[in-house]
Design a protein around this ligand. Structure first.
Ligand SMILES: NC(=O)c1ccc[n+]([C@@H]2O[C@H](COP(=O)([O-])OP(=O)(O)OC[C@H]3O[C@@H](n4cnc5c(N)ncnc54)[C@H](O)[C@@H]3O)[C@@H](O)[C@H]2O)c1
Length: 331
């Protein structure tokens, strides 16, 4: 099978590429490197079945040319940094909505039908029902990022029904693990590298989210695709799943776990202090409490290997090991 991964030099995309290559598939990663890094693909570059295309999804002709002959598209490219939208209100429109339209349009022109799409819990906005199931509504996202992903889901659905695509949309929890390019854990470790005496946290630490380890994210996507394609055969389909582990973790737990693991890794005599700010919102557009109901995918037989707190601890250890073990500057 030939797999085309947009955002393939990013946190999730580069690890997804490794998984497909290990299984013997051909992989093309398409990325403009605005957030992703070429070094994340070091493990793929030696493989003859791998190809990297440094290009922008906003260049539709280029996407059409590169996507031709693909069996499965994994569309991960986006502005994954939600807080950026508050300062640049068109970044999600361009790298989210238009980039997604171009990916879908390129698939249509190149006669490629199969798609996995990375959506997000941010489409639910401040949902009153928790854990939040896939059929919760009406949907009122509160960030430009969430608004863009919701528009993208609509586009995927429309392309399925107009062009006979076969698509699975995943509403991800917060994904954690090595190579993350943003997010609270990444930020906390960066702060500790600069000043290991104290960790200053935005907000009062009560924010709670569902966390999922990147290995579980990739495994869940692959599982759902196999199940859905077996169920629908060659017919067109649109399926949508929350992708989450059990439970939620709060920012206090993230911060405490980070200082503990950082002190262990640096063999420090005492654990850095944690200082919290005020309010329960990390940035404009942040949803202070998200909790995804993952039972729809579980009903098909999938379960995350790690629960939310376990995923956080494993990711903290991995990121610290990678960062303290390398000479590269953290931020
Ligand atoms: N990591 C999470 O917690 C999380 C949660 C929910 C949803 N998601 C979604 O999952 C996907 C992957 O996220 P990630 O954490 O790996 O993010 P990431 O930033 O590491 O990867 C996204 C990649 O897309 C690339 N990209 C952005 N705009 C592009 C464009 N116009 N053309 C070509 N490439 C472009 C970036 O350079 C980057 O490598 C994203 O769509 C993100 O919104 C992630």
């Amino acid at each position: 099978m030939k797999v085309f991964i947009t955002g393939g030099a990013g946190f999730i995309g580069s690890q997804m590429a490794e998984v497909f290559l290990r299984e013997g598939h051909e992989v093309v990663c398409y990325d403009n490197l605005i957030l992703g890094k070429r070094e994340f693909l070091k493990g793929c570059e030696q493989n003859a079945k791998f190809r990297f295309v440094e290009a922008d999804l906003l260049d539709l002709d280029r996407v059409v040319a590169e996507i031709a002959g693909t069996d499965l598209v994994v569309h991960l490219a986006a502005n994954s940094d939600i807080s950026q939208g508050a300062e640049k209100s068109d970044v999600d429109l361009k790298n989210g909505t238009i980039a997604t339209f171009n990916t879908l349009e390129a698939m249509r022109r190149a006669k490629v039908r199969n798609l996995l799409f990375a959506s997000t819990s941010a489409i639910y906005g401040e949902a009153s029902k928790k854990p939040t199931p896939e059929d919760y509504g009406p949907l009122f996202p509160i960030s430009f990022y969430g608004a863009s992903k919701l528009a993208c889901e609509g586009l995927v659905s429309a392309f399925v029904h107009n062009c006979g695509f076969r698509a699975v949309v995943f509403r991800f929890a917060n994904i954690v693990g090595p190579r993350s390019t943003h997010g609270a854990i990444h930020d906390f470790i960066g702060r500790l590298v600069k000043d290991s005496s104290v960790l200053k946290v935005l907000g009062n630490g009560t924010q709670q989210k569902s966390y999922l380890h990147v290995t579980d994210c990739i495994d869940g996507m692959r599982f759902a695709w196999d199940k859905c394609s077996a169920k629908h055969g060659e017919s067109e389909f649109f399926e949508c799943f929350n992708l989450a582990s059990h439970g939620v973790s709060n920012v206090k737990y993230l911060a405490q776990t980070t200082v503990e693991e950082f002190a262990k890794a640096r063999e420090m005599k005492s654990v850095p202090k944690v200082e919290f700010g005020e309010g329960n919102r990390g940035w404009v557009g942040d949803v202070p409490f998200t909790w995804l109901d993952g039972s729809r995918l579980e009903a098909l037989g999938w379960k995350a290997r790690l629960e939310s707190d376990q995923a956080v601890r494993e990711a903290v250890k991995q990121i610290i090991r990678d960062k303290l073990g390398s000479k590269e500057s953290f931020l």
